[in-house]
Design a protein around this ligand. Structure first.
Ligand SMILES: [Zn+2]
Length: 258
């Protein structure tokens, strides 16, 4: 069956997949939104391998996407660098020699994330260095996890530029890809992202990445605990044309009580 499915994936043309995880939890823990238990995460990795997809860092994925062909590639990424990724995902990925990508919020290391009250603390600088030693690559996610459309352009540019420079110094190589915090972006934010030296911007809208899509409005796939192997399979083989297009997205204003 898997051979047939693997063959099916070749029908996806030049598109590829970015799997967006957040926290990875021990199986005994209660899950919260966007956190995934270890056994679920491992089943996802099993499926990736069974389907014959080739895991690469997001930087290598973007290299291929911008060169016109990301077919057969998958990038496993972890938004916000939550400590469960260091404790659980990192050794599992190393065991399987799977390249992966971490998205630290550069001014918010080793703290409880103020943008996500349910989550565990973020990784410390030492833990991020250990992740780099273990084979992780880094990707931009701003300095403070601000919603970029909500702030003045000069401040947004500073968030984007400063975090890119910091991550590039930590990684010892230039970081040029960004995932927008909360997936929020507008045409102005996409232009600021380009101005800040990035070459690509990934949203939090579900879909397959394709070279014909605006490089600053690429989709990802949100990973969560309810993605059983069957649902995970249905998600990764879902044709690109059936996903909604990536659109401008910003924080909704609070509802006004009548
Ligand atoms: Zn985030």
């Amino acid at each position: 069956m898997m051979e047939r499915l693997s063959g099916l994936l070749t029908a996806f043309g030049r598109s590829g997949l970015v799997l967006a995880y957040h926290d990875i939890l021990p199986d005994r823990r209660a899950v919260y939104p966007y956190a995934v238990r270890e056994s679920t995460f491992l089943r996802h990795l099993d499926m990736v391998q069974a389907l014959g997809l080739r895991p690469v860092t997001l930087a290598e994925f973007t290299d291929n996407l911008l060169a016109g062909d990301a077919s057969g590639l998958v990038a496993v990424v972890f938004d916000d660098a939550i400590v469960g990724v260091h404790r659980i995902a990192m050794p599992r990925l190393a065991e399987r020699s799977i390249p992966w990508t971490l998205l630290p919020v550069t001014d918010r290391t080793g703290v409880d994330p103020d943008w996500w009250p349910e989550a565990d603390r973020t990784m410390t600088r030492v833990e991020i260095a250990e992740a780099l030693d273990s084979g992780a690559a880094l990707c931009g996610h701003t300095a403070t996890h601000v919603s970029l459309p909500d702030i003045p352009p000069a401040k947004a540019l500073d968030e984007l530029r400063r975090s890119r420079e910091t991550l590039s110094a930590w990684a010892g190589r230039e970081v040029r890809d960004l995932c927008y915090p909360f997936g929020h972006h507008t045409s102005d934010v996409r232009q600021l992202t380009r101005d800040a030296g990035y070459r690509c911007g990934y949203s939090f809208t579900n879909g397959r990445c394709h070279p014909a899509t605006d490089p600053f409005a690429q989709p990802r796939l949100a990973m969560h605990e309810e993605l059983s192997p069957a649902k995970f399979l249905a998600t990764v083989i879902r044709p690109r044309c059936t996903w909604p297009p990536v659109r401008d997205l910003r924080r909704q204003p609070p509802a006004v009580n009548a």
